[in-house]
Structures are given as C-alpha cells and as structure tokens.
Design a protein around this ligand. Structure first.
Ligand code: ATP
Ligand code: MG
Length: 605
C-alpha cells in the first residue's frame, strides 16, 4: 500500500482529555477520531489492527469449537422482560421505541438474544454442548466514558454463550475458554492477570476476569506476595485475624451497659471518648437492597415486604428490602459481596430518613442490639469481638460490654469485609497487596439464571424435559487493542507486536525516484506476495518526517532505501526493528527473504 493512497491523518496536537498513552497515540497516529463523547470512528490504519485482534480472537474461538453467529444489535425489549433484566439493567441500557411504540434495546450484552435463539432451535440433548459467539457491536450508556476506546459507549465485544446438559460439560467449556483467553492475550503481547471475580447475584458460581495492570484501572486487584492468589477486590477474601487464644466466655464479660455519649457520632470520636480502638466497635450500617432473591420469611419486617416475579419462571424477588449490616469498626463493607450474599441486583446505603425510621433512633446510633424492624447481617469478624461497643438505638447512647450471641444474634453471618493491602492470604497466609487494573475479558458460569427464566429446555435420552446450564464469556476488542498500545509504546509512539500491527513493514525511500523507487516498489510487491503487510512511504517529505511518522505508527520493521547504499559494490538497505536502537545493513538480494523470516518468526511466537 502506498502512503499517498491511504488516509492516515497524523496529528501533532492531541485532545486535552487524552490522558493515557493509548488514547493519545491512537489519535496522533491517525488510527482514530472522535464523533462524540464515548463514540469513536476507526480510520483505515486503526481498523487494520482492530481487524487483526478480531481475527485472532475468532481463530481461537473456532479452535475450541465455538460457532460464530451474527444476531442483530437491536433486540426486542420483550426478551429483557422475560429474563427480568429490563428492570435491573438501569440507565446503562439504551432503550428505543420503534414507530409502532414497541420497546427495543441496543444490546449492551446478549445473553437474552442468544438464549432466545437457542430456545427456538434446541430440542434434544444430542445438540449439546453448544457454544455460540459473535463479534459484534455493543452499546452501553456509560455515565463517564473515558480513556478513549477503553471505556466507550459503543464498542465491539466478542461474546460467547454455552449451553450444557451437566456441570462437567460446563466445566470443560469454561476451562477451554479460559485457556483460549490466555492464548489470545499472549498472542496480542499482553501480560494479563487472571483473577477470581464476582459471579453475580443469581445462579453463577465460578467467574474469572482477565486484567491488565494500569495506573488508571477501574478495578482493584488483590494479589498475594507468596502464592498465586489473585482476586478482584469485589470478590477477594482473606484469612480472618486470629482471635485471642483463650476466648473469654460471655459470662466473663460484664452485662451490657448503656453509656451516655453526648455529641459522639463518628467512630473516631467514639474511640477518643472511650480511649479504645476501632477493633472493639461494632459498626452498623443500614442498606437498601433491590431485587432480593433470598427468602426473607420469618425475618423482622418481612411480612410487610412486596414480592414480585418478573416472569412465571423467574425467581420471586423482593423489589426493595432493608438490612442492617454489622462490621468491625476498622473494616469496610464490600457492597459487591453484600449484594451476592443477599442475592440482590444492587445494594446502597439507605437514605438518612430511612435509617432513622428503621432504627427508631437519630443518625449515628444504629446498633445490632434490640433491632426489631429489619434483619441483621454480620461480617464474620463480628463474632470475634469479645467485649464490644455499639450504638444503642437511642440518642447520645452507646452500649459497652456487647457480646455476640448473648446480646444479639444476626440472622446471617457472612464474609462481607473489603480486603486491603496487608491482610493475610486466605490460601497461604502471605501478605496481600493491591494493584489497579483494567478488565479485558470475563468468563463465567451462569448456571440456570437465563435458561430457567427464559424457559429453555431439551429432551434427554428417555424423553424427559430438562433445562440446560449456561456459561457466558466476553472480551472487549477495542479495550484489548488499546491495552496493547498501553503495554507497547515509548516516547516516540507505538511499538506494535507483529501479530496486531497495522502494517508489518514500512519501506521508506529517501527520495521516491529512479533506482530507489524501483527497488522500493519491487520489494513492496515481493513482500506482499509473501502475504506481508507493507506500507511504502512514497510521500514527498523529508526523511526525518517519514521516520517520525513510522515511529509514531509503530510499524515493526522499517526498511530505508537510499541512493548511496544502492550505489555500493554490494547494494544494501537499512533494516531496523521499531523499539530497538540498532540498524542493520542487509544486502538487497537477501532483503526480501530476511524480512519474511523476521516477520514470520515473530508471528509464530
Ligand atoms: P467494566 O467493569 O470495565 O465496566 P464490565 O464488567 O461491565 O466491564 P463485561 O460486561 O464483563 O464488562 O463485558 C465484557 C468485556 O467488554 C469487558 O471485559 C471489556 O473488555 C469490554 N467492555 C465493557 N464495557 C466496555 C466499554 N464501555 N468500552 C469498551 N469495552 C468495554
Ligand atoms: Mg465484568
């Protein structure tokens, strides 16, 4: 391809909001332009790399037997009502009406669309297992699109969905996907960190996210210094701290005692007032949970709660329920874990007025003792507090000498704390530390969540009806591409890995005329014949400008053809690998073979 025949509008200036390298370099190198906030257009150079990432993902999906389909991007709202997600997806899902007033959705993901296709076509166990995938447009009305295509509103996702007769079969596909994802990222030159992840509110069990480290990452990863443990903080657990070796029996602690604590509301104030530390304090927070799929019958206040089913097959949920959550004073509640424990679509701190109503006390005095209006959920560490302090559900009053099991019994105890650097690894006891990361891919076992609510079934050997198990597996193509640039660049520009480079070789004639032009043309044609992607910079520009642009675009091999070198006894050209300092002289008669060798060597890595 001749440079003058393509459209690579490089930029010297970049938009002010381009704060990360990939965003800046995709603009500067002429790969990308912005149409509106979160909406981007790939120009020819960008699209070439984009298609290579897609092709690589497609190859790995096909290799594990996944079958490509192409559903529509616009999907009937009806399907989302069947799964129950019409209510729970919130504002991120863009909904549109057609001319007849029908509800439609611009796919943010496609569990519903693909499951509806499978429902229509699935009859027998003989058709299972089945894995379908697409590489297609997704739309999410992100609140804050940023970092260019890392978090856009419209993007391309490879999303796969698998259907199975049993757990063993789901396991097998889940593992094959995990292995395919590792290969995909490796081939793209990416160092990913697979982490344990939250599997969502209903049905899901295993879930793994593929993260890349990033200073501006939206995720916090918890890693162990001594073993392989790696988890998203949303999911991370740690070893509970050792409780003192000889637990004092409840009888050894004096009776519960209310104390007057005027104007003491925060834990810091209370610690100063009582000259103690936050470890002894049982902090109690009131949470509002939405779409709770846990059975609350028999818990305080449950009789008054509304229950609803979004479809005949969907589980019964409480659209809104409140909970008191008790946790040690120095720890924080992990809301993702809390939502998972409550099987809720979402949890958030209750509004002040709700807190006062449900605790029958002014703000700042909630506590687990004597709470009668809502169920109490306690973090596992609460049970280890031997002689606790807590709000007394009355103005300016706290209780001291609070004993778990004696003075209060939670309805549920679970691991709810947010793990932080310095906590101990749940596997080996080693020290945990944090890293920021971005999620490139996510695989998870969904169980029966969609297949049950959408009434998918098949017949087994004896003619009995069953519901299939399901898994779901996504990779963001745009984010993967941007992450490659994040990991492979320097001050001058991108340094593409061969596998996803827009062009693999750039030929720069010092002046595009005479024997130099003749050789450049022949070399380009020969390399293209060997299926190597070549850009020939035929512009009438100074060599310095061409070199700068080649560095910016990050094309792996640069061949400089100059008159002087061609006039030698043994004519040569200059060959340089982007990212390396040394320049080699290669004989003209050998250059085509040598470049083919170099390019194919890197492709096969
Ligand atoms: P995030 O937590 O970053 O919002 P997610 O958990 O919503 O991601 P999934 O629903 O698991 O993402 O989607 C699968 C993949 O799609 C992600 O791993 C990511 O690579 C990509 N992706 C998700 N949202 C965006 C976006 N707004 N822009 C670009 N890629 C995205
Ligand atoms: Mg995810």
């Amino acid at each position: 391809m001749l440079f003058t025949q393509t459209f690579i509008p490089t930029l010297r200036e970049v938009p002010a909001d381009a704060v990360i390298a990939s965003h800046r370099l995709m603009f500067r190198s002429g790969m990308l332009r912005k149409l509106a906030n979160g909406l981007f257009a790939y120009l020819p150079l960008g699209l070439r790399s984009f298609r290579k990432v897609e092709a690589l993902v497609r190859e790995e999906m096909n290799a594990i037997g996944a079958l490509e389909i192409k559903p529509t991007v616009v999907v009937p709202g009806e399907l989302w009502k069947e799964s129950g997600r019409w209510e729970t997806m919130g504002e991120a899902m863009l909904r549109v009406k057609n001319r007849l007033g029908g509800d439609f959705v611009l796919s943010p993901t496609a569990e519903e669309a693909v499951t509806s296709l499978v429902r229509d076509a699935l009859a027998s166990y003989r058709q299972l297992p089945l894995t379908l995938y697409q590489i297609n447009t997704k739309y999410r009305d992100e609140i804050r699109p940023r970092y260019g295509v890392m978090r856009g509103r419209e993007f391309i996702m490879k999303d796969a969905y698998s259907y199975h007769t049993d757990e063993a079969s789901l396991d097998e596909t889940y593992r094959a996907m995990g292995a395919a994802y590792r290969r995909i990222f490796k081939r793209c030159g990416l160092s990913v960190i697979p982490v344990r992840a939250d599997a969502g509110a209903m049905g899901g069990s295993d879930s793994e996210e593929f993260m890349v480290e990033s200073a501006v990452g939206d995720n916090t990863l918890i890693l162990c210094r001594d073993c392989e443990y790696a988890a998203n903080v949303e999911k991370a657990s740690c070893k509970p701290e050792a409780v003192s070796a000889a637990p004092s029996r409840a009888s050894a602690v004096p009776a519960l005692e209310p104390i007057h604590t005027p104007a003491v509301k925060t834990i810091e104030q209370l610690c100063a007032f009582l000259k103690t530390d936050a470890h002894r304090f049982i902090k109690t927070l009131i949470y509002r949970a939405r779409n709770v799929a846990l059975d609350l019958s028999g818990t305080p206040g449950a009789a008054l709660l509304e229950k609803r089913k979004s479809s005949p097959e969907a589980p019964e949920v409480y659209p809104e329920a409140f909970f008191a959550v008790a946790i040690r004073g120095d720890l924080e509640v992990n809301e993702v874990k809390l939502a998972a424990v409550l099987k809720a679509s979402e949890v958030s701190l209750a509004a002040d007025a709700e807190v006062e109503r449900l605790t029958a006390a002014p703000l700042g005095f909630a506590g687990p003792v004597g709470l009668t209006r809502i169920p109490l959920v306690a973090d596992l560490m609460v049970a280890a507090i031997q002689d606790g302090i807590t709000g007394a559900l009355a103005a300016d009053t706290h209780y001291v000498h609070v004993v778990f099991g004696r003075d209060f019994v939670p309805w549920l105890s679970a691991d709810l704390r947010t793990v932080v650097s310095g906590d101990s690894c749940i596997l080996c006891g080693g020290e945990l530390y944090e890293k920021k990361g971005n999620e490139l891919g996510h695989i998870f076992k969904l169980g029966y969540k969609y297949t049950r609510s959408m009434q998918v079934s098949y017949l087994d050997e004896s003619g009995q009806t069953h519901i299939p198990l399901m898994g779901s597996y996504g990779i963001g193509i745009d984010r993967t591409l941007a992450s490659v640039i994040e990991e492979h660049h320097d001050d001058e520009g991108i340094i593409w890995p061969m596998t996803v480079a827009p062009y693999q070789v750039i030929i720069i004639p010092i002046t595009y005329a005479g024997p130099v032009k003749a050789l450049a043309d022949t070399l380009a044609a020969d390399l293209e014949q060997s299926r190597i992607d070549v850009l020939l910079d035929d512009r009438n520009e100074r060599p310095g400008v061409k070199f700068k642009d080649a560095d910016l675009m990050g094309i792996p091999y640069r061949v400089v053809v100059g008159e002087k070198n061609l006039a030698r006894d043994v004519p040569v050209v200059e060959v340089k690998r982007r990212g390396e300092a040394s320049v080699r002289l290669v004989e003209v008669s050998k250059v085509e073979a040598e470049l083919s060798r170099l390019v194919y060597k890197e492709l096969s890595c």
